[in-house]
Design a protein around this ligand. Structure first.
Ligand code: SF4
Length: 247
């Protein structure tokens, strides 16, 4: 197995808990031993819905599963002994282009563990999208998982290249977040989601006429929440969801 294929196996597997997709479960089948045709295994490809409702295939990977944070629920936390790997920006760009040209995928879902600092990590994630769009004129779908503690400038740049941005709200209450994801900050998650929402609204405001701002995350933003890891009641979870949808 090549070095890139080995990394792909680790970093596609590590991305499987990030919600980008609507695939349902299935049993593992393969034909690598020469028997039969087709496979339900294989690294990195999942499905999502495009803004027009089509179901599209995405290369879904982490840039790296090294992480300095210790979120208790996450297999990539710093205290986990999971196998680690890190792609370079160039490797993700060329994998995406090569899978796209071979018709395996119609887009990229990219997330990352946090290395060095939130800004450093986010710069690398944004750089993948920037190179795809501006150097290779890539017109496929891009979904970036953003890091809430990264600077607003990086979030804004991400929205210029990505169709969809997402930030995980993770848990329904501030107190459960501080117990289960001690390095994460409830307030900065909320602030970053607000920054993205404002930018999306501004980009879709028609009152600018010919001076309309550039498109920004045209397919919107999404999030995901862990249910059942804390003692939050159904009402608390629904209240939190309600605030996110309305606010
Ligand atoms: S920040 Fe937390 S959830 Fe994200 S990869 Fe690191 S340990 Fe996992």
């Amino acid at each position: 197995m090549s070095q890139v294929a080995r990394k792909l196996a680790i970093l596609a597997d590590a991305a499987k808990y990030d919600a980008s997709c609507s695939s349902s479960g299935s049993t593992a089948r393969k034909s690598l031993d020469g028997k039969g045709i087709g496979s339900t295994e294989g690294a990195g490809i999942c499905h999502s819905y495009a803004p027009d409702g089509r179901c599209i295939s995405l290369l879904k990977v982490l840039l790296t599963n090294f992480c300095t944070y210790n979120c208790h629920y996450c297999v990539n936390r710093v205290s986990s002994n999971t196998p680690r790997a890190r792609f370079s920006v160039d490797e993700v760009v060329s994998l995406t282009l090569s899978f796209y040209k071979r018709n395996y995928i119609e887009g990229l879902f990219l997330s990352s563990g946090i290395i060095q600092s939130p800004d450093y990590t986010m710069e690398q994630v944004v750089e993948v999208a920037r190179r795809l769009r501006t150097v290779h004129d890539f017109r496929g779908y891009i979904h970036l998982k953003t890091i809430p503690e990264a600077s607003p400038e990086l979030l804004s740049e991400a929205g210029l290249y990505a169709d969809r941005l997402s930030i995980n709200v993770e848990l329904p209450t501030r107190s459960s977040l501080s117990v289960l994801a001690p390095e994460k900050d409830h307030a900065s998650i909320g602030r970053s989601m607000g920054t993205i929402r404002n930018a999306i609204e501004e980009a879709s405001d028609t009152s600018y006429g010919d001076h309309k701002p550039k498109a920004f995350a045209a397919a919107g933003q999404s999030t995901q929440m862990i249910v059942g890891a804390d003692d939050a009641s159904d009402t608390t979870i629904l209240d939190c969801s309600d605030r996110l949808y309305n606010g």
